[in-house]
Design a protein around this ligand. Sequence first.
Ligand code: NAI
Ligand code: MG
Length: 492
Amino acid sequence: MSTAMPANTYQPKGMLIDGKWVGSVSGAHFSVENPAKRKPITDVPRAGAADVDAAVEAAGKALSAWKKVVPRERGKVLLKIAEAIQARVEELARTIALETGNALRTQARGEASMTADIFRYFGGLASELKGETVPLGESVLSYTRREPLGIVGAIIPWNAPVMLGALKIAPALCAGNVMVLKAAEDAPMGVLMMADICQQFLPPGVLNVLTGFGPEAGTALANHPRVAKLSFTGSTEVGKIVMRAAAERIVPVSLELGGKSPSLVYPDADEDWAVDGIVNAMRFTRQSQSCTAGSRLFLHEDIFDSFLKKLEKKTTSLKIGDPLDEASDIGTIINNKQYTKVCKYVQDGLERADAKLVFGGLPPKSGPLSEGYYTIPTVFADRSNDWRLAREEIFGPVLVAIRWSNEEEAIRMANDSHYGLAAYVWTHDIGKGLRAAHAIESGWVQVNQGGGQTPGMSYGGYKQSGLGREFSLEGMLDSFTQRKSVTVNLTV
Ligand code: NAI
Ligand code: MG
């Protein structure tokens, strides 16, 4: 099955259905590519409708017992999973780096430990699946129960595959649901490793993990009549398809979709800490393949040139190289399709008369960086918020800097997007910073920092960036339970 795998990485054993590692019913499989070498690393089963049926069947069988497990006992299972992931965190991180191209030191290790932490966080929340009593008078007892929805169909992308998978598995299972999860075709290995660890502690069928393509396995899962809830992370385009499938059966749907998030820099923030924050917010060390990337940089005109100079110095000091090399800050784009797409955006910028290349450009055509899907952090300066590079989610390291002079106009431009996932505001003036934070139409605004999500915060999008919240207790309750009211006549 495999060619030479780097040391201490996970070798998949198939898909997980009903507690067993299996191939696809059709026998079809596909290869997973190492984006740093453009070479196949392993093969995984190519699931189709029959495999989705088998996984849903297994989940359905497991549901009645799992939902009756006392919630804190389910929580304890998640806590055991958290510790088992923690014990193998380096292997998980190396597997993620190998298949995604995300650098081990700057990204993959963080993702692997965050995954353990997500299980730990939700494991501790099981006793919070509380209902309420409703005061309907002395002769009536009315109370609510938080019941699981049943079989959850989850579909995840490749950019932070294991963490995004954990964000569905942990809260859904904690709340008493069972799951069929489809991994992204570009990054299934880390997800299968996580599933392998989960399976050591879970009854068969509670978690089933399929590998396969969107139009085949994804479509079959989204449209399966027994799936009672859809939870999707990925592009807005596919999010709409999943939501249409949910509409057909009237099942709830959670969507974590794309973004084109603004960073608003006030003139007093022309300082190194803000520059470091912008590099972080733009996720340059994840090749900017992040839905929360702060990819529109609104700089006040007084600091436009000086800030960009500092940004260039900082960004060009980052080392691009082999994701598994400890020295690398930046790895590779996931696949040829995304690489070609990113290069096309850079080319468009180079050809646009109004845009000025500040630094970066097209990737080298020869030398070590041409062996993989390596791109170079690139910044264009432009007066307009209206061109393609300032409006579309590029999902690559291409940042557009736009100058502003009037605060109201800056906020109007920041909000002039069909996305509304994240935003960043940079100033020492806390009043200004908070006024901007309140005026910006985004699910998450950070002031003077550009970091990633932390368990406990409700995370999700405004506008076409999504529907529903994840990462929090409220997210678990809203996304993975349904409320039942029980009303009892006490006079009998
Ligand atoms: P995608 O949205 O096509 O893929 C995400 C997941 O959806 C994968 O598991 C895929 O197999 C599945 N899928 C695809 N088509 C499906 C269908 N018809 N029915 C059910 N499931 C389906 O994302 P893709 O093609 O990998 O990337 C394209 C663009 O999407 C990126 O350039 C980026 O702009 C955006 N994206 C956003 C992400 C986010 O976290 N917000 C993550 C990944 C991509
Ligand atoms: Mg797609």
